[in-house]
Design a protein around this ligand. Structure first.
Ligand code: FAD
Length: 264
């Protein structure tokens, strides 16, 4: 099979993601100075549910210049705008779903500049947006007695959700890298969890403090979950495999964003 045939085969077997639901912003409130909690709602959310923590939704943003929400079509390989261009789609953790009110809450990091971050700063009740999902979630190993959770600010909504979902009789050791002390937020209580906040390494790369935290853990938990800047997550994953003898089954590693690269 030549490369074109292989690409065509992959394209033709790509499963269509859940279709987009048109919603509107219901409220916007700060969680910290660096993160906004945005509640989206609408009748089209009917039937949406999350069955496991740390899953994802794909947010279709309105056009940044016109603020108009232009719906997309699935080409068999990707979503496209009517003119054939790539739409502004970004991934978030469905932090909370209220099925009675048809509402979905997401929490968005306000980093320097990006389509989603900029949209969140501008978002007002009534603004239209569309959501596809939920996507893949990280099934919890029911046999894991202890969990190591490691993430940066983009992973805080997922870590908050994991703290809610992991049974109370399991232990949790959570390490979170923040770029400034006031990015800390109140996390859900779990009777057997310790949460340690780590300041990002000044002049270092994103995830350096996460990596140092993992290296400082003397006894690794049964299950390790890591999410944040993709290169850092890969580095930590490799360290766990190469230096700590972990196998794939005990490590869930998710790149949530890439330094210097837009998610489109
Ligand atoms: C499964 C999953 C769940 C996620 N859940 C959340 C969530 O709940 N909340 C959340 O805020 N994000 C979450 N993310 C990460 C989010 O999708 C990315 O941060 C996304 O790139 C943001 O889009 P943007 O348009 O703001 O920036 P982009 O246009 O993608 O990027 C623009 C620039 O900003 C930089 N950048 C992107 N994200 C960050 C960041 N977090 N910190 C610093 N610099 C950044 C990029 O390197 C690039 O240089 C999740 C990602 C995945 C895959």
């Amino acid at each position: 099979m030549n490369n074109d045939d292989a690409a065509a085969k992959i394209a033709s077997i790509r499963r269509e993601p859940p279709s987009y639901r048109r919603l509107a912003v219901r409220s916007v409130e700060p969680v910290t100075e660096h993160m906004l909690r945005i509640v989206l709602g609408g009748d089209e959310l009917d039937g949406f549910s999350i069955e496991a923590p740390a899953s994802s939704v794909r947010l279709l943003l309105p056009d940044a210049d016109t603020d108009e929400l232009v719906m997309v079509t699935w080409t068999g390989n990707q979503f496209e705008l009517p003119d054939g261009s790539r739409p502004p789609i970004r991934t978030f953790t469905p932090r909370d779903v209220d099925v009675d009110r048809n509402e979905l809450t997401i929490e968005v990091v306000l980093h320097e500049h990006g389509a989603a971050s900029d949209w969140a700063r501008r978002a007002r009740p009534g603004d239209e947006v569309a959501v596809s999902g939920p996507g893949r979630s990280d099934d919890l190993d029911p046999d894991a007695r202890s969990h190591l959770l490691v993430g940066d600010e983009s992973a805080m909504p997922a870590i908050a959700q994991l703290l809610e979902w992991i049974p109370e009789d399991r232990t949790i050791d959570a390490h979170i890298e923040i770029h400034t002390p006031d990015a800390r937020l109140a996390l859900p209580d779990h009777p057997n969890a310790t949460v340690t906040w780590h300041d990002a390494v000044e002049g270092g790369s994103p995830g350096d403090a996460m990596a140092a935290a993992v290296m400082g853990v003397t006894e690794l938990a049964d299950a390790v979950w890591i999410a944040g800047e993709a290169a850092a997550v890969q580095r930590i994953r490799k360290y766990l495999f190469d230096e700590r003898g972990r196998d794939r089954s005990g490590v869930t590693a998710r790149g949530y964003w890439k330094k210097g690269r837009s998610a489109t």
